[in-house]
Design a protein around this ligand. Structure first.
Ligand SMILES: Nc1nc2c(ncn2[C@@H]2O[C@H](COP(=O)(O)OP(=O)(O)O)[C@@H](O)[C@H]2O)c(=O)[nH]1
Ligand SMILES: [Mg+2]
Length: 429
């Protein structure tokens, strides 16, 4: 419970009551009408502002189950409490200045994370590293606004007290910082949704068997009839520190059969959008022709995978400018090597996640920074145009850019932004 009446409601239902903050005590929760015991619980009282929400809070630890918590909930409501809205506790924390909007989003990401990488990014964001980067950016813009105001105040001096090079350099630095941040959006997106690793190759190449071996379960249908994997099958898994969306596809070969044809089209689309394609073949010829058909479809990193190595038909090396691994889904031979190669590719392609290198994790972040960038660019363009608009007009763009950054960290109380962010929260956070 959080809010000005939390302690009063707690004291009316709990015997004994102990108002000492931050000390756990054993108590009995009683029905307000009958006085009948509902549960024995451990209670912690918080006094605002030293609490998660910044308000007075009471935390009840019950035994759980179906009946106890429902009775307890009803008792609290009867005593004057109301159910929290999704994310309302975090929203109050935000409004009370306990955290900013980026940190509030990090709480949701922490709960939603399905991989170690996303968990790490969320923890970094919660610690305030992304917020700090954006605050620095904001103060750089304010500084630039100040330089400009100073320049405007002394128009009579030919080369005013502030050299225009200084202003232009400052603007360029801001653009560079924004570009560096925007460049992390791909990494952030990949961490949220997982890098797509698509298994491609001719029918019967052993793709579904490889998929199953990698996932470690029997998810895909494995069969001897060529062309039976009609739909792409997906599995989320961690490969090293990276979240990965492993996709099994229908074979890439032309077909007259309508259903099979659809499967092939899905496969082609999956290959196009992949981060890595595992191009499978069971001998030198099928590997070569699979590479030939996959290459024009995608800009993904290709990794040639010789399958069914237990049958002894694979070449030692292949004549192509891609890495080559031999595996057997049957014996497990080469699988660890394959995973290692995948990790290396992912490590190389993404900026490492570290506190000094925060990443943009949401579309909202990318959009706001893109808009801020456009404003700074408009400012630069006006300055480049010697006969152009006066500095006072240019300054308007700096002001708007600053507004976008403030919206991003939630420095402005924009109800609409808050509603959008918190609507995706679960109740009780
Ligand atoms: N010996 C051997 N046979 C395999 C291996 N992987 C797959 N196969 C066989 O190859 C055939 C086709 O496999 P499947 O995974 O369905 O291929 P897909 O059509 O590419 O998905 C099946 O008969 C599998 O049992 C392997 O590592 N070793
Ligand atoms: Mg298959």
């Amino acid at each position: 419970m959080s809010g000005p009446d939390a302690h009063k409601i707690g004291a009316s239902l709990l015997v004994p009551w102990c108002s000492t903050a931050r000390r756990a005590f054993l108590s009995t929760l009683r029905d307000p009408e009958s006085g009948k015991a509902i549960d024995q619980c451990v209670i912690t009282v918080y006094a605002g502002p030293a609490s998660y929400t910044g308000e007075d809070m009471v935390e009840l630890s019950l035994h759980g189950g179906e009946v106890g918590p429902a009775l307890a909930f009803n008792a609290l409501l009867a005593a004057g409490a109301r159910p929290a809205l999704p994310g309302e506790l975090t929203r109050r924390a935000l409004l009370n200045g306990k955290l900013d909007l980026l940190q509030a989003e990090a709480i949701a990401d922490l709960i939603d994370s399905r991989s170690r990488a996303m968990h790490d990014v969320a923890l970094d964001q919660l610690a305030g590293h992304l917020s700090a980067r954006l605050r620095t950016l904001r103060s750089e813009i304010i500084e630039l606004e100040a330089l400009l105001a100073y320049d405007v105040d002394f128009p009579e001096e030919d080369d005013g007290p502030i050299s225009s090079t200084r202003i232009d350099t400052a603007a360029q630095n801001i653009l560079d910082t924004i570009d560096a941040l925007l460049a992390t959006a791909t990494t952030g997106e990949m961490i949220r949704s997982g890098a797509a690793i698509v298994i491609a190759g001719a029918p019967n190449a052993g793709k579904s068997s490889l998929f199953n071996a990698l996932v470690g379960t029997q998810r895909a249908i494995v069969t001897d009839v060529p062309g039976t994997t009609r739909d792409a099958l997906e599995a989320m898994m961690d490969v090293g520190p990276w979240p990965v969306r492993l996709v099994d596809t229908a074979g890439l070969r032309s077909s007259d059969d309508v259903v099979e044809r659809l499967g092939i089209e899905v496969a082609e689309r999956q290959v196009k959008d992949a981060a890595i394609v595992l191009v499978c073949g069971e001998d030198a010829d099928s590997l070569a022709s699979a590479l030939e058909s996959v290459r024009p479809l995608t800009t993904a990193t290709l990794l040639a995978v010789g399958t069914k190595s237990d049958r002894g038909r694979l070449p030692r090396a292949i004549d192509a400018a891609v890495a080559y691994v031999a595996v057997s889904a049957r014996t497990g031979d080469g699988l660890a090597d394959l995973v290692q190669r995948i990790v290396e590719i992912l490590n190389g392609e993404r900026s490492p996640v570290s506190p000094s290198n925060p990443v943009l994790t949401r579309e909202r972040h990318r959009v706001a920074l893109t808009r801020a960038r456009a404003e700074i660019q408009a400012f630069v363009n006006i300055r480049l145009d010697a006969a152009g608009l006066p500095a006072t007009v240019a300054a308007v763009h700096l002001h708007s850019a600053r507004g976008y950054l403030e919206e991003l960290v939630g420095a402005l109380d924009i109800e609409e932004v808050l509603d959008r962010v918190f609507s995706t929260f679960c109740v009780g956070k």
